[in-house]
Design a binder for this molecule. Structure first.
Ligand code: PLP
Length: 376
């Protein structure tokens, strides 16, 4: 008999979602608009202290609309963190623009300010000023926003903050998703909270959010007939999905707390193994610890690699996964410009995401610990 699977990060319902979904059914608001969509947007604003939010069909749609709002067009260049999920970069190509990839630094694993500056200066020297910068809060660890914003301001380039993995994280109390001109959230099934699939765009600029809602609902001009003066998209969130989101928002901080406890348990049991290391929070930084990650340095573990650990866990029906493979190493993106020094490549070589769901119990986490310890 195979053991029940331990997943990397699976949906974790609170039970309240169904009451909101039932309300959507009872009132027949089964559409990509409705009171739960408005309510979910308000919940997101209350939690993040953003002044405006648009609930959308996915985080990818939110990034795409952010690029459109910043007027990114064919032939433009957009700087993007290389160490991320492909959805950070794909919408740049949807627009016919060119992604310019930038490496990570080792304190947060996110966009390196030094390479960001080099990239901007070199692109300008080559004749094109980048139209936007996309830093990411990978695995829920905030990027070095102070330094990134200072550089963005110096060159007057807007920031689209990919906080798809960063809901609930903050720097000195300021929520991830509220640093950039536009911030992106995701509620995919594996994220810290889920709407079964969905996303949101945050901004303190109300015009951006109004325009995002307009573009996301097929860009219908005000007229009794169907009148269009813009290309539109079908990117709005459904009222049924938003109902799930409203239930999830009631437990968001609990989910963050649990994921942080997962990280603590892993690090308490594994950090003293030679060659295994954890990413600590810089002073003032608060990670949501969406995924607990380790680095495995085979030169200090007597040759044990992250792949040995992954396979040992897989044998016991436990899901773990290498860290994101950097975009500049991906077949589809490898010919685009990249500015870096090998940091993201090393993180990919040595890094592993451990089971991190907020619905895992202590015995499951200790099972993971035991299997890893047995390799040493
Ligand atoms: C999940 C994710 C996205 C995309 O969000 P979807 O809602 O799945 O479209 C974008 N960027 C990062 C870093 C993500 O992890």
């Amino acid at each position: 008999m195979t053991k029940p699977k331990i997943w990397l990060s699976s949906p974790h319902m609170s039970g309240k979602e169904f009451e909101y979904v039932k309300e959507a059914f009872d009132t027949n608001w089964i559409a990509p608009l409705g009171p739960h969509v408005d309510g979910f947007e308000k919940d997101l604003c209350d939690f993040t202290k953003s002044t405006n939010a648009a609930a959308l069909s996915s985080g990818t749609a939110a990034i795409h609309l952010a690029l459109i709002l910043l007027d990114v067009k064919a032939g433009d260049e957009v700087i993007c963190q290389s160490f991320t999920f492909s959805a950070s970069a794909n919408p740049i190509v949807y627009q016919g623009a060119t992604p310019i990839f930038v490496d990570s630094e080792t304190d947060t694993w996110n966009m390196c300010p030094i390479h960001l500056r080099k990239a901007i200066e070199d692109r300008i020297a080559k004749g094109k000023k980048p139209k936007a910068i996309i830093p990411v809060h990978l695995y829920g660890m905030p990027a070095k926003m102070d330094e990134i914003i200072a550089i963005a301001n110096e060159f007057d380039i807007p920031i689209i903050e990919d906080a798809a993995e960063g809901l609930g994280a903050h720097i000195d109390g300021k929520a991830c998703g509220t640093f950039g001109k536009l911030g992106v959230l995701s509620f995919n099934g594996n994220k810290i909270i889920t709407t079964s699939g969905g996303g949101a765009l945050l901004s303190n600029n109300e015009d951006y959010i109004k325009k995002a809602r307009f573009l996301a609902t097929q860009a219908r001009d005000a007229a009794p007939h169907y009148q269009h003066s813009h290309i539109g998209y079908n990117y709005r969130m459904s009222n049924v999905c938003a109902a799930i989101g409203r239930g999830q928002m009631t437990v968001l901080q609990d989910r963050v707390n649990q994921r942080r406890l997962n990280f603590e348990l892993y690090s308490n049991h594994l950090a003293n193994i030679s060659g295994i290391s954890f990413l600590n929070e810089p002073v003032g930084y608060y990670s949501n610890r969406w995924l607990s990650t380790i680095l495995v340095d085979p030169s200090k573990t007597n040759g044990v690699t992250r792949e040995d650990i992954r396979l040992a866990l897989e044998k016991e029906n436990i899901e773990s996964r290498p860290l994101w493979k950097p975009m500049h190493m991906q077949p589809i993106f490898e010919n685009y410009p990249f500015y870096g020094d090998g940091t993201a490549e090393r993180l990919f070589e040595q890094g592993l995401c451990l089971p991190s769901g907020s619905n895992l119990d202590e015995n499951e986490l200790l099972e993971v610990v035991k299997i890893i310890k047995n390799l040493f």
